[in-house]
Unconditional design. Structure first.
Length: 218
């Protein structure tokens, strides 16, 4: 309405100019009319699945290792000469394995035990070291040289002097003879459940009395 009044009261040139400005204004207003737009919903990236914690798989327990045979031991055992003996009553002779010259087994109501015979070159560290090694296997503490007479005595095996050892432990015990024999050491060991070992001591002594080692020196 204001524009029409201005046109009516103005000179012709001014009217034309004003009319043009009004048309431009109307067109501009029409163009600036707000429009609504629909923005497509942004696609969300798929959620990354949670990573499960890595489970460490324990390696299977290794099997017990066999007796380590050091260089020269097998040869020494083979060259040590033949072994003869009588199997005690109630014992079963087993096929010797590794460097063992003989092996016997016992199973009874009071437990089980084994007798093994092995031979090594030299003195294998000496009497005290070997006795303490056996004591450790029986769960006993080491002793000194002064205490050796408390656990040992002299005995003849295959016509040679040996040391007989008694090592009774709480659950495991060892009895046996250690025989120096022409530059080698023979071990006659009975080991196993304490009740069985102690009950079979006479069987071990009879076994030791029957032992005969091939002796080219006599």
């Amino acid at each position: 309405m204001l524009i029409l009044m201005l046109i009516q009261n103005s000179p012709l040139s001014l009217k034309l100019l004003t009319l043009s400005a009004g048309l431009v204004f109307l067109v501009s207003c029409d163009r600036t009319k707000p429009q609504s737009y629909t923005i497509p919903k942004e696609a969300q990236a798929p959620a990354t699945p949670p990573v499960a914690p890595k489970t460490e798989t324990a390696a299977p327990a290794a099997a017990p290792a066999n007796m380590q045979i050091l260089p020269g031991m097998a040869e020494a055992a083979q060259a040590a000469g033949a072994l003869q003996f009588q199997t005690p009553v109630g014992w079963q002779k087993q096929a010797p394995s590794g460097i063992r010259k003989a092996e016997l087994a016992y199973n009874g109501d009071n437990g089980s035990a084994t007798i093994t015979v092995t031979v090594f070159p030299g003195d294998v560290g000496g009497l005290l070291a070997n006795v303490n090694r056996w004591r450790g296997q029986a769960g006993l503490s080491a002793i000194t040289a002064a205490e050796l007479p408390q656990v040992s005595s002299q005995r003849i095996i295959s016509n040679h002097r040996s040391t007989y050892v008694r090592l009774p432990g709480e659950t495991q015990s060892i009895l046996g003879g250690l025989l120096p024999f022409h530059g080698k050491t023979w071990f006659f060991k009975m080991s196993g459940d304490t009740a069985a070992v102690l009950a079979q001591e006479n069987a071990l002594l009879q076994f030791l009395d029957s032992v005969l080692i091939e002796d080219p020196h006599h």
